[in-house]
Design a protein around this ligand. Structure first.
Ligand code: FUB
Length: 323
């Protein structure tokens, strides 16, 4: 179905991570709060404070807001900006992963647990040890392993972690140098800690060379997502400044990945952020734009549309306002 309307209109929503649990589609978005402040390069305009879980009985069904699932006031370590979340299920428990700033203004990833996919979720006292930056996305691999992918440049603070330890004022990366990738780490059995230290994923061009930092049409910016199709790992992400959703494929969940092309052309608004999920044998791209607010960057709305593969495994590019 070509559903390209905002899924809900009573609140502003963004960064949709779509999951299928018990034959129902659940969408875990950020919840944009309207205000009249200015935009800045650090994402200061994104002042979200809570999460609402949306759900649909299928692609044709109405989208329901299941109410507040977690609020910042109930997360001891968070000071502000609860950005793009994701959720996975393991052994009947639902784990909501979310980025937020701690009391010193540094982004980390937290986790909150519930017996229900719509919450309420109970947050851990502290963020996940060794977690940093934003935009967690979880792969539940076929062999029972769970991997977290995350990261984002600029306001997402990824540059501050490029040496492995935190620095408030990182050196500028030369445009000819390899671009930074998202982080990947396997989650431990408890789903509340890492089994290993997060490492940076490498994204290569068709010649096996790292995509350069100055290659803004192809380099990773934020919003990583990982899915598997025909046994191949597909890492997709936003290019930020050029506003594309691109993808790269690989044989190993930790990479390296080879750039393959564009999934989504630019949408209305500065940010673009997505997820990909399968439902009843069809594939769907969930994404956001700023249609509802007439283009105000921090008042976004989530949407979805069908996604199509070519026989060789490449993905057909989606033009959000008509092909
Ligand atoms: O919603 C806040 C930030 O905007 C997200 O973390 C980014 O991916 C971008 O969509």
């Amino acid at each position: 179905m070509e559903q390209r309307e905002p899924l809900v209109r009573h609140i502003f929503t963004a960064d949709p991570s779509a999951r299928v649990f018990d034959d129902r589609i659940y969408i875990y978005p950020s919840h944009d709060l309207p205000h009249d402040g200015e935009d800045d390069d650090e994402g200061g305009e994104y002042i979200m404070e809570d999460y609402h879980v949306l759900s649909m009985d299928g692609p044709e069904a109405e989208c329901v807001d299941n109410g507040e699932a977690l609020n910042m006031r109930d997360v001891p370590w968070v000071s502000r900006q609860m950005w793009a979340p994701d959720c996975v299920c393991r052994d009947g428990k639902y784990y909501l992963y979310f980025p937020a700033k701690d009391r010193s203004g540094v982004f980390h990833i937290g986790v909150a647990v519930s017996d229900s996919p719509v919450g309420p979720f109970k947050a851990e006292e502290d963020y996940i040890e060794n977690s940093m930056s934003i935009d967690p996305a979880i792969l539940a691999d076929d062999d029972g392993r769970f991997f977290m992918y995350n990261g984002g440049l600029w306001g997402g603070q990824l540059e501050r972690w490029q040496t492995g330890t935190y620095t408030e004022t990182p050196e500028e990366i030369d445009r000819e140098d390899a671009s930074l990738g998202p982080f990947v780490a396997e989650l431990a059995e408890d789903m509340k800690s890492f089994k290993e230290r997060p490492r940076m994923v490498r994204i290569l061009d068709g010649n096996g060379e790292p995509i350069k930092a100055g290659d803004e049409d192809r380099r990773f910016f934020e919003g990583p997502w990982m899915h598997k199709y025909n046994g191949l790992y597909y890492l997709s992400y936003s290019t930020g400044t050029t506003h594309y959703i691109c993808y790269a494929t690989g044989e190993d969940p930790r990479g390296p990945f080879t750039y393959r092309g564009r999934i989504l052309e630019p949408v209305i608004g500065w940010t673009t952020h997505h997820s990909i999920t399968e439902y009843h044998g069809k594939w769907y791209l969930f994404y956001h734009d700023c249609e509802l607010s007439g283009g105000i960057n921090h008042r976004r709305n989530v949407k979805f549309t069908e996604l199509h593969y070519n026989p060789d495994g490449t993905i057909q590019t989606i033009f959000p306002y008509g092909d």
